[in-house]
Every structure is written in structure tokens, then in C-alpha cells.
Write a protein that binds this ligand. Structure first.
Ligand code: PLP
Length: 384
């Protein structure tokens, strides 16, 4: 296998700082001893900072999907009513997870490229009685849409006495999500996205209200039983089962990097790079997939494939010739859009490098672009 280091501009996994990679090769420790307790405690404290919460936070040894399954499995019992707006692949997966769990799904289908609104959620809450949970994907990775009305949605969810699950896997740590201020009952992220850590860990926060529902739920999952996870943390600062210790080392380092930078600066950095990308796309005559600018994501940028440019050729040239990985479309958008991850360590340097490669790739594929137009538009954003 080639040792060539690619610039990873995927919507996860993302580039991992060497400091974080090196942390993984520390000598192994036992997960039932004081070294692990100290590491685990520090991780949880730093995660509370990143989640902007005083709620309980737990690290699960699983990919992000495990975090969503943990949320659904602990909050939803068979027969419970759950509102799920669907507007892309990951929100459809959320719907399917609730269904498999035996929950009664009240689906709000939203045109892909748009975000669900507080009015739509309120309408569904008014029509249906006894909705237990509203489950939302805050940043729909498949369409590059961020649900900017999440605070308003949370307000109506609370007015109707329901619980809010937010899948924030592709956004937490890259854009604002104050879990306590916005009353998110269970918020989920994954290690491999905006935290700039390798894949393999999911993280969930659990509010007081969510705990009441968990405690009443007679059929919690075995591996992801939040009651057991809480008991092990509170009694021993441990996890019920063997954690992926090298990934805990990595997460610890990644979180220290986040604290050194500070959340405010980190969000601003992501927003500036995203703005530069959007300006560059516009200057290159490319159209953005999401329909409304207010919902453009700062962490996943979805762009319509221009006429005559084939998905495989675009991504293949970006990778083979310029050493940059970007993503294609998912589900029904496969072959129609490409996606760029603007996550983690993203800075002016990675942004300009990617835009330059994109311009050149389009030129290589005989698409009429004015070389330098995208770069100039992006640089203007950084200059200002
Ligand atoms: N939810 C969202 C919004 C995602 O972006 C992803 C992964 O891209 C997932 C869930 C699933 O995460 P994983 O592949 O880590 O299980």
C-alpha cells in the first residue's frame, strides 16, 4: 500500500494532527486501573466543555451509528411515538433505527436540500398526542444542510413535553451547539469528524429529563445500556466493557488541542473556511446543492456536479493527480453532487489547496473554468 499522505477533505474521517496520532502508540494500560481512571475523567471533563453542557457525557466504543442506536435504544420503547423529519440519508437512517426499535415513527418528509422548520415540528406535535421523542439530524451530511432552527425546534419540543435527540455527528466541535442552552436531551457525535480524531468512538450527552425516560424504559439495549454506563462511570470511572484504549488516548489529545484553541475561535475558523469555499464555488460557476443559504453547512459542503463532469473522474483526478480526497453523493444524490468536508484542522492552507486542485481538476476535465477565479474569491474572504 502506498505511504502517500493524502489531504483528507472528506466529511469524515478528517485529517488527524500528528500529536493525536502519536498519542495512540503510548504503552497500553489496563482499563480497570488508576491510569485509565485519570484519562477517562479528563476526557469527560473536556467533552463537557466541547458539548457546552453540565449534563452527563459518555464515550462509547463504536462508530457514530452506535451513539445514535444508544440514544434511540435507551429513550424509545416499542410503541413510543417519535417524530423524525427526513431530508437526507442520515435522517432516513434515524427513521429506520426508530422503526427497528419498534417505535411508532411520525415522519416529516422534507425536500432534500432543505431543512425542517420549527413550524413543521410544531404542527406534527399538535396533531399527534403523546409524542415522546423528536429525533433530528442537526447537520445532514448527505446534503450539506444544517438545521439552523434547532434552538426554535427545541423550544417547541419542550413546550409539548417531548425529548430531543440531536445527531450532531458531522458538526459538533465545528459549529456552535450549546447543548444546555438549546435543551438538547441526547446529543451524539463521533470521534472522526470535527474533533479531528481517528474513527471508532461515539460520544453521547444525557440530560436530567432524558434520564427519567431511560430509567422508566424496561427494555434498554445490553451493550449500550445507559444505566450501566452511568453506574460504571459514577462508581469506578470505568466503562462496562473493554474500551478502545488507544482511541481514548487519541481523543484525550484531540480534546486538549480544542481547549488550547478555544471553541469560539474554532467555530470562527470553520465558518471562515466554509465561506471561502462557498465564494470560490460561486466564482467557478458551480451551484451549491442546499436550497437556502441560511442552511448552508459550515462543515460539509455539497455542490452540484457541473454538466459534463463525471463524479468518478472528478474525485479520481483530485485524488490521483492532486492528492486530495473529496466525497461523492450518497443515496439518490450519487453521481449528482460532490461533497467536501470542512472539519477539524481545516485552515486557510487546506482550503486554498483544495480550491486550487478543484479548479485544475475541472480544467483537466475540459470544464470551462477561469483558473485562479476560485482562489481569488476565497482569498478575499481570508483577507477580510
Ligand atoms: N449521522 C451522521 C449525520 C453522519 O454524518 C454519520 C457519518 O457520516 C453517521 C450518522 C454515522 O456515523 P458512523 O459512520 O461513524 O457510524
Amino acid at each position: 500500500m502506498s505511504e502517500r499522505r493524502l489531504l483528507i477533505m472528506l466529511p469524515g474521517p478528517t485529517n488527524v494532527p500528528d500529536r493525536v496520532t502519536r498519542a495512540m502508540v503510548k504503552p497500553m494500560i489496563g482499563h480497570r486501573g488508576p491510569e485509565f481512571h485519570e484519562l477517562h475523567k479528563r476526557i469527560i471533563e473536556n467533552l463537557k466543555y466541547v458539548f457546552q453542557t453540565r449534563n452527563d457525557v459518555y464515550v462509547l466504543t463504536s462508530s457514530g451509528t452506535g451513539g445514535v442506536m444508544c440514544a434511540v435504544g435507551n429513550l424509545v420503547a416499542p410503541g413510543d411515538k417519535v417524530i423524525v423529519p427526513t431530508y437526507g440519508v442520515f435522517s432516513e437512517r434515524m427513521r429506520d433505527k426508530v422503526k427497528r426499535r419498534g417505535g411508532k415513527v411520525i415522519e416529516i418528509p422534507v425536500e432534500w436540500g432543505r431543512a425542517p422548520t420549527a413550524a413543521q415540528i410544531e404542527d406534527a406535535l399538535r396533531k399527534e398526542k403523546d409524542v415522546k421523542v423528536v429525533a433530528i439530524v442537526y447537520n445532514e451530511t448527505s446534503t450539506g444542510v444544517t438545521v439552523r432552527e434547532l434552538p426554535e425546534i427545541s423550544k417547541v419540543v419542550k413546550e409539548y413535553g417531548a425529548l430531543l435527540i440531536a445527531d450532531a455527528i458531522s458538526i459538533l466541535g465545528g459549529d456552535d451547539l450549546p447543548v444546555d442552552k438549546w435543551n438538547v436531551d441526547v446529543c451524539i457525535t463521533g470521534s472522526q469528524k470535527c474533533l479531528a480524531c481517528p474513527p471508532g468512538l461515539a460520544i453521547v450527552s444525557v440530560s436530567e429529563e432524558a434520564w427519567e425516560a431511560v430509567e422508566r424504559n424496561p427494555c434498554r439495549p445490553y451493550y449500550f445500556d445507559l444505566m450501566e454506563i452511568r453506574r460504571f462511570y459514577e462508581e469506578k470511572v470505568e466503562t462496562p466493557f473493554t474500551p478502545a484504549v488507544p482511541l481514548f488516548f487519541a481523543l484525550d489529545e484531540a480534546l486538549q488541542i480544542i481547549r488550547e484553541e478555544g471553541l469560539e475561535k474554532r467555530f470562527k475558523r470553520h465558518a471562515t473556511c466554509a465561506a471561502a469555499f462557498y465564494r470560490a464555488f460561486e466564482a467557478l460557476g458551480l451551484s451549491i446543492y442546499p436550497k437556502e443559504e441560511k442552511n448552508f453547512s459550515n462543515t460539509v459542503l455539497a455542490v452540484n456536479l457541473p454538466e459534463g463532469v463525471e463524479d468518478g473522474a472528478l474525485r479520481g483526478t483530485m485524488k490521483e493527480r492532486y492528492g486530495i480526497l473529496i466525497a461523492g453523493g450518497m443515496g439518490k444524490l450519487k453521481g449528482y453532487i460532490f461533497r467536501i468536508g470542512c472539519m477539524g484542522i481545516i485552515s486557510e492552507s487546506e482550503t486554498l489547496t483544495t480550491i486550487s486542485a478543484l479548479e485544475n481538476t475541472l480544467k483537466d476535465l475540459n470544464y470551462p473554468v477561469k483558473l485562479g477565479a476560485g482562489l481569488e474569491a476565497a482569498k478575499e474572504v481570508f483577507r477580510s
